[in-house]
Write a protein that binds this ligand. Structure first.
Ligand SMILES: [Zn+2]
Length: 721
């Protein structure tokens, strides 16, 4: 599962590297004079991370599935690491590992939700910026939103996402941007660079949902995941061609990797983020650039090796805190020292209270520590089919893991204390990353809590998600009900089910299922807050206030809940109280467009009653800021129009409403507002156009009273010249 901002509304709408250039004689001997300027301080670094990328889908790793000609072309020029390991099977922790050169034991980012990257850590971007590099990041997913903290050190961090998709399932609701859009922005930035640069390009496409554009969609109809990889490979060609065209290739180190793999039903897991088998933690790693000869290296390497390797490639001193090793000696033909590579999968632990999973790879042994432990011989069993844990004494492995954890954690313990500061906490709060913020994790875990035991509920949830996407709603509903019958603490099932009911306008059933979830899980913040939220949608405002109050007792720093409370009070006409709740929500997240819009509405109401200039100014400010944050927020455009209208600025008002309709062409309020405004301006044609459009759009849902009013206005409009 992923980043899930709390609250029903969000589930629905927004689901979401000191140093000198050392020209030593030794270096000169190692690297004889080549045909280009080899001022090592002038090499560019291009880091490409492709999300959810299984090595076997790249033809430089396996010829079984697809020809990825672009990446194969790159691989042919450089070094292909056949055994690269991600320390985590999820997006944010993996990218943090790459960009900080440390494991989660050090930086503390264990899952997509709940965590932000503390700004006290030195990132690769900060390090290179300190060396005079221009730094640019171009990311394709909301999971890597700049507010999460990986933007540190980047001159530009382009995380602009198009409109977020609406779905009942948060795992599919991430805002994403296609590879084409990300690469276009990266190329525009590269075009402006005149000196050395570090560029990170993140391509999200192979992540669910698998929906590549044509012709990939048709060509890979039966294997849509591969279709996404083929699409990304083709798009990547544009970036690689650019480097060739502008003679940058000979001057640029390219590091290409995936943040994690994808299970595709192996081990019973459909996607990633649950287990830590090689299906999801084995990743591609290709490095090309000056003086790197084509070769394949079978030593185990990891994501945290990238930062120290870049230091070595650029002949820069390595910061002392790095937890990986430079792979440059391997590239130069040396053997790696024996070491343990740490991995973990703690998303299910933090998000759901399931058993933690940690382990390590040492040469060809892989140990997975969980209530039901596992041990694999990767040399003969890379696909982890035969668990050897019964046949050996695991004490040595357990001790090694414990030592490893202590080593990676304790070396920086004092530092870490300082790093988790109140400001970072506040950021975390403002993002609303609060799933299971009120911990319900156990102290000890048995086989019943093991991820292998719980995977079947994940499978069912995924099935429900697929059925939902295929429009088979009733079957999706049945599947979710089945989960609830077997695991009454499975909060995602209640929430997804309520969301489906809501999408079908079965609001009573949505309320009922959340009430059932609430009665069985009164301490689950996700359940309580979503129950309160659905009560608001159902118009049961007093009950909603009672429930949302309970949610606020569990977690008092989620702006979504404070906002919902404000809406409930607004609807029962307690505007002063509503305003207090909206202000509280805004203090937790001052870039929340919905909250800003709601405050605009509050001041619009005051303006209507009092005609005071201060109310006008405030209303305009709130609506304008909401629009600044979300230019496609039609409600805010409509509200701003209303404010202008009251202030007698009818042309400005008309412009706002037209803008609202450009975004949402059937938004009734802006249509009727335009009809009335054009009537007042004496524009017969346009007035009639919008008034008639309104009547037609509303159909039978219009009240007799309103119909009479509009019809009278239409009559009068006909009399205009
Ligand atoms: Zn990812």
């Amino acid at each position: 599962m992923g980043l899930m901002r709390s609250g029903m509304k969000t589930n629905w709408k927004k689901k979401v590297f000191f140093s000198l250039l050392i020209f030593t004689g030794a270096v000169l001997i190692c690297y004889p004079i080549l045909g280009f300027n080899w001022d090592r301080n002038n090499y560019n670094i291009l880091l490409i991370t492709i999300d959810t990328l299984r090595p076997d889908r790249l033809s430089c790793y396996s010829k079984k599935y697809i020809n990825t000609l672009q990446i194969e072309g790159l691989a042919n020029k450089g070094v292909v690491f056949t055994r690269a390991i991600a320390h985590n099977p999820t997006t944010l922790p993996s990218h943090t590992n790459i960009l900080l050169g440390t494991t989660p034991l050090f930086h503390g980012v264990h899952s997509n939700s709940r965590f932000i990257v503390s700004d006290h850590f030195l990132t690769l971007a900060e390090y290179l910026k300190g060396k005079g590099y221009a730094t640019g990041a171009f990311v394709g997913s909301y999971v890597l939103d700049s507010r999460i903290g990986l933007n540190q050190g980047f001159d530009i961090y382009d995380d602009h996402m198009p409109d977020r998709s609406s779905t009942a399932f948060d795992n599919a609701g991430y805002a994403e941007r296609k590879a084409e859009g990300v690469i276009r922005m990266a190329l525009a930035w590269l075009d402006k660079q005149s000196s050395k640069w570090f560029c990170w390009v993140h391509l999200w496409d192979p992540h669910v949902p698998y929906s590549s554009p044509e012709p990939f969609k048709s060509k890979f109809k039966d294997d849509p995941y591969s279709g996404e990889v083929a699409y990304v490979d083709t798009e990547l060609g544009k970036l690689l061609d650019y480097l060739e065209t502008y003679n940058l290739a000979e001057n640029t180190y390219i590091v290409l990797t995936g943040d994690h793999g994808e299970s595709l039903a192996e081990h019973g897991e459909m996607t990633h983020g649950h287990f830590a088998y090689n299906s999801t933690i084995w990743v591609p790693l290709v490095i090309t650039g000056p003086r790197i000869d084509p070769q394949r290296i079978d030593e185990y390497v990891s994501h945290t090796d990238i930062f120290p390797t870049v230091c070595d490639l650029l002949d820069m001193e390595k910061p002392p805190f790095l937890q990986g090793i430079s792979v440059l000696p391997l590239i130069q033909g040396k053997k790696a020292k024996k070491r343990l590579i740490y991995f973990e999968s703690l998303g299910p632990y933090y998000d759901r209270g399931w058993a933690p999973l940690r382990g390590f790879v040492e040469e060809n042994k892989k140990f997975i520590d969980s209530p039901i432990p596992e041990l694999y011989d990767l040399r003969n069993d890379f696909n982890e089919k035969t668990n050897l844990s019964q046949k050996v004494n695991l004490n040595t492995y357990q001790k090694k893991l414990k030592d490893l954890e202590e080593q990676y954690t304790s070396s920086q313990k004092v530092e870490r204390q300082k790093k988790i500061d109140p400001e970072a906490m506040e950021k975390l709060r403002s993002l609303g990353y609060v799933s299971s913020a009120a911990p319900r994790t156990k102290k000890s875990f048995g086989p019943g809590d093991d991820l292998k035991t719980l995977i079947r509920y994940e499978q069912k949830l995924y099935l429900a998600y697929e059925l939902h996407n295929e429009g088979r709603m009733q079957e999706s509903i049945e599947s979710l009900k089945e989960i609830i019958r077997e695991r009454e603490d499975f909060d995602t099932a209640y929430i997804s089910l309520a969301n489906i009911y809501k999408s079908q306008r079965r609001i009573k059933e949505a309320v009922d299922i959340m009430e059932e979830g609430f009665s069985k899980n009164p301490k689950s913040y996700e359940i309580v807050s979503n129950y309160g939220s659905i009560l608001v949608d159902a118009g049961l405002y007093n009950k909603a206030i009672e429930v949302l109050q309970k949610a606020i007792v569990l977690v008092d720093f989620d702006p979504t809940t404070w906002n919902k409370m404000g809406i409930a009070y607004m609807r029962i006409k307690k505007e002063a109280t509503a305003q207090e709740y909206f202000q509280k929500a805004l203090s937790l997240d001052n870039n929340n467009a919905e909250v800003l819009n709601n405050l605009g509405i509050i001041y619009l109401g005051i303006l209507m009653r009092t005609k005071e200039l201060t109310a006008y100014t405030k209303a305009v400010q709130y609506f304008q800021k909401a629009i600044f944050i979300d230019p496609n927020y039609h409600l805010a455009h409509n509200g701003l129009g209303a404010v202008y209208k009251i202030a007698g600025k009818i042309d400005e008002a008309i412009e706002c409403w037209h803008r609202a309709l450009e975004i949402k062409s059937d938004y009734p309020l802006s249509i009727v507002n335009l009809g009335i405004a054009y009537f007042q301006k004496g524009d017969k044609t346009k007035s009639l156009k919008y008034l008639n459009m309104y009547i037609k759009l509303k159909g039978d849902s219009i009240s007799p009273n309103e119909r009479k009013k509009i019809e009278r206005l239409i009559e009068r409009a006909h009399q205009l010249d």
